[in-house]
Design a protein around this ligand. Structure first.
Ligand SMILES: [Zn+2]
Length: 85
């Protein structure tokens, strides 16, 4: 599976689901490709944020702990803009 096929399969997995064989091929690619694994994490984070952002007011759904932890860990790794020249 190529990286392009993997990103298409990720989209398809959310929209329509994947067959067992397609899921196996995708998982195998994600295991060996750090770029696509990072893309999947970002993709899933975006879907979660979208779900929370567009939830009806007063729904009371809190951000998942894993999402908060992921955002905070990336924030700690970020370079402050004032140090970029
Ligand atoms: Zn890849």
């Amino acid at each position: 599976m190529t990286c392009r096929e993997a990103t298409e399969a990720l989209t398809e997995s959310v929209e329509a689901g994947l067959s067992r064989a397609q899921r196996w091929r995708l998982d195998r690619h994600l295991f060996s490709c750090i770029s696509c694994a990072a893309y999947r994490q970002t993709y899933e984070m975006t879907i979660t944020l979208e779900r929370v952002a567009f939830a009806p007011p007063g729904d009371g759904e809190a951000l998942p702990d894993s999402l908060v932890a992921s955002i905070l860990s990336r924030r700690r790794l970020a370079v402050p803009l004032a140090t970029v020249k």
